[in-house]
Design a protein around this ligand. Sequence first.
Ligand code: HEC
Ligand code: HEC
Length: 305
Amino acid sequence: MSSFWSWFIIIIVLGNVIGYSIFLYVLRKNPQKKGSAEPKTTGHVFDGIEELNNPLPRWWLWLFWITIVFTIIYLALYPGLGNFKGILNWTSDQRYQQEATAAEQHYGELYADYYQQSVAALAENPEALKTGQRLFVHNCASCHGVDGRGGKGFPNLTDSNWQWGNAPEEIETTILNGRRGMMPAFIAAIGGEEGADQVVAYVRSLNGHAVDAELAALGKTKFTAICSACHGADAKGNKLLGAPNLTNNQWVHGGSEEAIKNILRNGLQGVMPAHKDLLGEEKVRLLAAYVYHLSQSEGSQPMNE
Ligand code: HEC
Ligand code: HEC
């Protein structure tokens, strides 16, 4: 803070303290003589009710004096008056630094220890999983949910639907480097809204929905010509491209006719941010173990090749 602003603050704060003190000193006297018959009024009248000019009660006045004394003691001990640091020399930075260094030391050793082990081994270690869960809640829950079940546009990490694979190394790579799903809008290539209806019918038929067979047959031709390039001829996906399996009735973006049509109209660009620089490889290892554990916990199967 420049010394101008420092003095600016000091003058305002001290000015207030002194001003209020004078104000209270003046108010301490009862403006009304004891025993006078007529109470003084301010002259204000509302609906026939007069506003009296009585002094504040003593105890109330004392409360104000106490806050002023507190202010003075506080400002002497702690930072508050411009650049003056206070007699105790307390700073929030210092306090934070002390705590951060202590935590860094404690957890640093712990993380380094865990980093010696594989993702799969850590996924069997309840203590490591607890730490992994904490890291997950702080760093991942905003997108994937506290329980990892995701939401529309954010993959559920507890089901058997994996775009990029759920082998331990695949999960670790996803978290370290991030992933970028790219599906262009295909509505024009498949013949506009009409073509989209056909392709949607075919995709829905793969997921056990009753659909118009003729429509689905037309859709299948288009799927084979265009979609299979990424999603595979059997529509079971390709984890090298992050193209999801379209036959397991588990959807990141919703499986309704309208939801799928919207994807054909607008395409998709899902981004999973890279966490290597953000968290470091040691923490990512623990996160990978936690996510791997999540993916195993409900009988999730590795994705088809
Ligand atoms: C260039 C490769 C590519 C092609 C071609 C492609 N897709 Fe995709 N598709 C993807 C990728 C990658 C994703 C995941 C996008 C993301 O995560 O943001 C995806 C996602 C989807 C989804 C969302 C699945 C979910 O879980 O919500 C649907 C539905 C879909 N594609 C259908 C199709 C259909 C139908 C076609 C053919 C018209 C098609 N895709 C063609 C790459 C492709
Ligand atoms: C800003 C939102 C966001 C945050 C934060 C985030 N993710 Fe993601 N994550 C996504 C999106 C979106 C995708 C889907 C990417 C795609 O479309 O291919 C994804 C994909 C994934 C996948 C791949 C899922 C699959 O089906 O293959 C994993 C694993 C994952 N995230 C784990 C994590 C972990 C662990 C963290 C915390 C360190 C995290 N994510 C933080 C948005 C996020």
